[in-house]
Design a protein around this ligand. Structure first.
Ligand code: UDP
Length: 461
């Protein structure tokens, strides 16, 4: 805990992240960005999945006694974990915030992850402005915001009976999505997910501002629609990791031997494969992934996170033959320094689960993608990557070895489609660099955010 501060010179922001890797990374990056703009940063964090505070002497952490048991935090039931976090955090985080307000007179606002929708109740009556950080793309956020309409129109009714026959039908309310891309529609019980999403959207609509970790040049087609739905000041200030890397907030140890292995490979020759920190697959699917990689005959670096394969500690479920056949051209690690991997000259493609941080990190390095999707915003991100931005190839049939093999060959061996994707990816990389320059959109938007926060009267109780 820091000393109580009564200085009139400081301007303090309280951050309240969702404690999962893909949300901790952008929140810590945002903390660093705002710190560099002269703000003092305090972070309210659960004991659960907490980053190491000793890595951030310039940030102050206030831990709240909320822990989830291994079972409750199971990545196999992420909705339950989200619900529990939002229920369990209200009391302790409100108490923590109340104490902070009582001991500091420099608190300008609280910035909370959109998925910590309980923050609406946390700040109630405390007289503090709340800004929401949505860690994903505008296009997927708008898809979430449109789900109540889709529900009204019957997309989720009786969906088990109808889904198979309608999977590839277009969704006229949300072009270019197809029915199978609607977030949560493939869940056994989509109503639980819809409830959480509704809370998230409502919680955002009552905030004083909205920050998105994305950039104007990419999301241009959807910005008018965003303003119609979310009538508050909105700031697209990403990609955050171009200001500050995510390496330090990694909850797992990044295996640097991945980089030494890449050093031995030819330029643009390697497919990097990672499905992020939460996705899980069964043995049949991992077998398809393995044979898709093997049959493509291309070099690969694959992150097999412990827990990726349900019921396996690590590599036991992989076919022995696969490990033998690919031992000379494949390298497997438990967790990689992803940003460094993507910027390595040997990497020519990224097979991703389409988590937003991964997508942004790939776009920033001009690396073409092969897209799978498991849950949440991933279905929308992958559709946009394939159909709108044309920065990669979406695997339309799920995880099937033939489709995987064909996509890898297109991306790495550069047929015409692969070549065009690479050219577009490199072109966008340059646009991002421009957006981050002093007079670029992201930098200007960051300045506007800083001005808005500074304009708030500091609060105290
Ligand atoms: N990541 C990493 N090493 C890995 C795989 C992923 O450091 O081997 C990082 C990656 O750089 C990204 C985050 O973990 O910042 C994953 O976030 P994303 O939104 O892509 O997916 P999620 O894990 O939330 O599904």
């Amino acid at each position: 805990m820091d000393d109580p501060s009564k200085s009139s010179k400081t301007r303090r922001i309280i951050l309240f992240p969702l404690p999962f890797q893909g949300h901790i990374n952008p929140m810590i990056q945002l903390a660093n960005i705002l710190h560099s703009k002269g703000f003092t940063i305090s972070i309210i964090h659960t004991h659960f999945n907490s980053p190491d505070p000793s890595k951030y002497p310039h940030l102050t952490f206030h831990f709240i006694p909320v822990g989830l048991s291994e079972d409750q935090a199971s990545i196999h039931d992420i909705l339950r974990a989200l619900h529990l976090l939002n229920t369990e955090c209200i009391g302790p985080s409100r108490e923590c915030l109340r104490k902070l307000l009582a001991t500091h007179d420099d608190i300008q606002c609280m910035i909370t992850d959109a998925m910590m929708y309980c923050s609406k109740d946390v700040v109630e009556d405390l007289g503090i402005h709340r800004i929401v950080l949505r860690t994903s793309s505008v296009c997927s956020f708008l898809a979430f915001a449109t789900l109540p309409l889709l529900q009204e129109k019957g997309y989720f009714s009786d969906h088990h009976n109808n889904l198979e026959s309608r999977r590839d039908d277009p969704v006229p309310e949300l072009p270019p999505l197809r029915v199978k891309d609607i977030p949560s529609i493939q869940r056994p019980n989509p109503n639980d997910a819809l409830k959480i999403i509704r809370n998230m959207v409502q919680g955002t609509k009552t905030a004083s501002g909205l920050i998105l970790n994305t950039f104007q040049e990419l999301e241009e087609p959807n910005l008018d629609y965003l303003c119609q739905h979310f009538r508050m000041p909105t700031f697209l200030i990403g990609p955050f990791h171009k200001f500050f890397s995510a390496a330090s907030s990694s909850l797992l140890t990044q295996d640097r031997s991945a980089i030494s292995w890449l050093d031995t490979q030819k330029p643009d020759s390697v497919l990097y494969v990672s499905f992020g920190s939460l996705a899980a697959m069964d043995e049949d699917h991992v077998t398809e992934v393995a044979w898709g990689l093997a049959n493509s005959m291309q070099p690969f670096l694959w992150v097999v996170r412990p827990g990726l394969v349900q019921g396996s500690e690590w590599l036991e479920s992989l076919p022995n033959e696969f490990l033998e056949i690919t031992s000379k051209r494949g390298y497997i690690v438990k967790w990689a320094p992803q940003q460094e991997v993507l910027s390595h000259p040997a990497v020519g493609g990224f097979w991703t689960h389409s988590g937003w941080n991964s997508v942004l990190e790939s776009i920033c390095e001009g690396v073409p993608m092969i897209c799978s999707s498991f849950f949440s915003d991933q279905t929308v991100n992958s559709r946009y990557i394939n159909d709108v931005w044309k920065l990669g190839i979406k695997l339309e049939c799920g995880l099937k070895r033939e489709e995987i093999e064909s996509a890898i060959r297109k991306i790495l061996m550069l047929d015409r489609e692969g070549q065009e994707i690479r050219e577009r990816a490199l072109c966008l990389k340059v646009k991002i660099q421009v957006s981050l320059k002093t007079d670029g959109f992201s930098s200007q938007s960051l300045n506007a955010l800083s001005d808005l926060i500074s304009s708030f009267q500091s609060s105290c109780v």
